[in-house]
Design a protein around this ligand. Structure first.
Ligand code: ZN
Length: 296
C-alpha cells in the first residue's frame, strides 16, 4: 500500500503518506480553518495533500469528524466544531482540487481500522475503539471490517443511556447519556457543579493526581461509568479487545479498567481494555487503508 491519509479535525488537519507497513513516511499539518467554513477547510486539506509531492495516482483517504455518507463521500451531520460542515461533498471537492481518487469516512472508524490492523488490536479481527476527548466517539471493527450499521452511524456510544442524573446534559441535549459523564465536557461540567469552579478537564485530572477529593470523585465516577458501559459493549459485540484513546482517555484508563474487569460477562473475561497504540497517526493510517482497500 502506498496511499495518503488525511485527518480533518476541528482544530488540526494532518496529511500523511503511508507505506505498505502502515507507517507514516512523511506528513504535513496545519490548523483547520474551521470558522472560515468548508471551502477553506477543504482548501487546506488539498494544499497539505499536494505538499506531500507524491505521484498523481496515489489515492487519498479522509477521516473526518461527523456522520459521513461513505458511499457519496459527503457529510450527513456534524456538530459545531466544524461549522456548516453538514452537507459538504468532501470526496468530490477534494477530487476536484487534487485530481486524485478520494474516499471519506468518519475519523473514529478510520482510527479503529488502523488500531485493529497495526496497533493495539494487531492480529485481532474484532476491536472496539472509544475516543474520549471533548466529546465521545466509537468505532467497531467486526470480522476485520468496519461495522457501519445502515447509515454509517453505528457506535454513537456518546448517546448510550447510563442512568445519569438530570444535571448531566449530553451534547445532543438529552440527559443520562454516557458523554454527559465520561467526556472532557462532562467531567468539566461535573466538577463545576460540585466545586462551584469552572476549570479545564486537564486541570481536573491534575487536581485528582494531587489527591483533591472533589476532582478524584468526579474522575472516579466518569471512569467507573465508562468502564461498565464498555463491558456492556463487549457483551453486545463480543470483541477481542477494547482500545481507549482520545485526549482524556489516559486520565480515565486505570479507573475504567477496574470497573470494566469487574463488569465483564463471565464468558468474556479474557477481553482487555488497553490504551491505543498509534497515537496521533491513527486516523491518517486508517484513512489511507480505506483509500487502498475501499469502504467495504
Ligand atoms: Zn446524547
Amino acid at each position: 500500500m502506498t496511499a495518503i491519509g488525511v485527518d480533518i479535525g476541528g482544530t488540526k488537519t494532518l496529511a500523511g503518506l503511508v507505506n505498505a507497513e502502515g507507517k507514516v513516511v512523511s506528513s504535513r499539518e496545519a490548523p483547520t480553518p474551521s470558522a472560515a467554513g468548508p471551502d477553506a477547510v477543504l482548501a487546506t486539506a488539498a494544499e497539505l495533500v499536494t505538499a506531500l509531492d507524491t505521484d498523481a495516482d496515489v489515492p487519498v483517504g479522509v477521516g473526518a469528524a461527523g456522520t459521513i455518507d461513505h458511499v457519496t463521500g459527503t457529510v450527513r451531520f456534524a456538530t459545531d466544531h466544524l461549522p456548516k460542515w453538514t452537507g459538504t461533498a468532501v470526496a468530490d471537492e477534494l477530487h476536484r482540487r487534487t485530481g486524485r481518487t478520494v474516499v471519506v469516512d468518519n475519523d473514529v472508524n478510520a482510527a479503529a481500522l488502523a488500531e485493529a490492523r497495526y496497533g493495539v488490536g494487531r492480529d485481532h479481527d474484532h476491536l472496539l475503539l472509544v475516543a474520549v476527548g471533548t466529546g465521545l466517539g466509537g468505532g467497531l471493527i467486526s470480522g476485520g471490517r468496519v461495522y457501519r450499521g445502515r447509515r454509517n452511524a453505528a457506535l454513537e456510544i456518546a448517546h448510550l443511556y447510563v442512568g445519569a442524573t438530570g444535571d448531566d446534559v449530553c451534547g445532543c441535549g438529552r440527559t443520562g447519556h454516557l458523554e454527559a459523564v465520561a467526556s472532557g465536557t462532562g467531567i468539566a461540567q461535573a466538577y463545576a457543579r460540585a466545586s462551584g469552579e469552572q476549570t479545564s478537564t486537564r486541570e481536573v485530572a491534575e487536581r485528582a493526581r494531587a489527591g483533591e477529593p472533589t476532582a478524584t470523585e468526579v474522575l472516579d465516577h466518569a471512569g467507573d461509568t465508562l468502564g461498565r458501559a464498555l463491558a456492556g459493549c463487549v457483551a453486545l459485540f463480543d470483541v477481542d479487545v477494547v482500545a481507549l484513546g482520545g485526549s482524556v482517555g489516559p486520565a480515565l484508563l486505570a479507573r475504567a479498567t477496574a470497573a470494566f474487569e469487574d463488569d465483564l460477562f463471565v464468558a468474556q473475561t479474557d477481553v482487555d481494555l488497553l490504551p491505543v497504540a498509534l497515537g496521533a497517526n491513527a486516523v491518517v493510517v486508517g484513512a489511507a487503508l480505506m483509500a487502498v482497500e475501499g469502504l467495504t
